[in-house]
Every structure is written in C-alpha cells, then in structure tokens.
Design a protein around this ligand. Sequence first.
Ligand SMILES: [Zn+2]
Length: 234
Amino acid sequence: MSSVEKSPINQSLLRFGKKNGCVFLFLQSDDISGGSQGKLPDQILQIEKENTMRKILIVVDMQNDFVTGALGSEDAQKILPSVRAKIDAYHKEDAEVIFTRDTHGEDYMQTNEGKHLPVPHCIKGTDGWQICKTLTDGLFAEKDYTVVDKPSFGYTGWREVIAAQEADGSDLQIELIGVCTDICVASNALILKAFYPEATVKVDAGCCAGVTKEAHAAALQTMKSCQVEVTNEA
Ligand SMILES: [Zn+2]
C-alpha cells in the first residue's frame, strides 16, 4: 500500500468547464497499478473567480457642467485626481472603461427634468457637455473607450453596450465612479444590479460626489442595502 502511495502520479486533463464565471479543470490519476486503493479521486481545481472576471469601470457623467460648470461643485472638483488615478489603473491593466455623458437638447427647460431642475446643463455639443479634459488627456490616443450618451439619469441600454457572455452577469465585475452619487451613480448601479443579478457591482465612494454630502452618504447607504459593494467610504 505504501509503494502505491509513493508511485508517481500522472494526471491528465479530462474535462474543462466554465460555470458562474469560474473555470473548472477535472483531473484524474491514470496510475491504476495499485487498484482502487491507488486511485486518486477526481480533483477539481477552482481557479479563483477573480481571474476570470471581466472588469469594467463606468465613469459616470464626469462632464464640465457637473464639475466646474452650471452644476459644478467643490466636491466634484476634489475627486478629479482620484478619478483619473482609477481610470489609469484600469487602463494599465487593459481592463474596460466606459464613460457616460448626461445629454440634453436645446429644449431642456421644457423637459420633465428641466421642470424639476431649471438649470440648463450638458446640452449636446456645448463645452459643458464634454468630459473633463483632465480625465481623458492622452487616453483616447491609445485606445477607443466607449462613451455612452444618456438622455436620463439611468441608462437602459447597458445590455447592448456590455454584451455580457453570461446573461446573468456572473462573469462581470462592474465598478462605478463619478457624479452625482445620489442621482446618476445610484440609478445606474441599481439598473445594472437588475440587468445582471450575479455580477459584482461596486462603487468607490472616494471617486464619487453627491449633490450634497448628506445626499452622497444617504445614496451610499441605499446602494449598500441593495448589495452594491461600497468601498473607500470616508
Ligand atoms: Zn441632466
């Protein structure tokens, strides 16, 4: 019995499978000289889920009007360096980055949003509508990142944009950053949770700014209740 245990084990790859974003390798010993006692049970190696996940960063509405323009704020200006660092980190590891742009027409004041918030902003084609230059400088020269123009707080076309391999999103790790925490970041985090219930949806609070500090904190709490992973909370 001891000689069997010491004999070299030749393992062969029997099967390869993928489920819920995990890769499984099924291995079996082909040393059968010791009869049933010498056989090793099938071994299943689960490679860390993290390694097979598709990482996507969504940079929400980091446009001039929300930072320095019509609806700008000090809090939004403060996060610029951290937002840039986060984008660079994804860029460096060749992960995906998607930018969204709040996008309105000249008729903004006649829209429902305009009636609730009578401050024209992010009118398509204006300087205020552009993503802050400091966040994109040098970036698009190297890679074409997706930019999504969205007419409302939450975007309903994520399925088409992300085109996940797993319908339930189990292969996705989506991180959201940007402004405003309590409007467009929260709206899209919850929409993504609805589209992709098995995806990991994260929000880096240190890279987000709300309409007010209180609204920012309240939105983080709501997202946490909805199982969005909130990191870097002050
Ligand atoms: Zn708007």
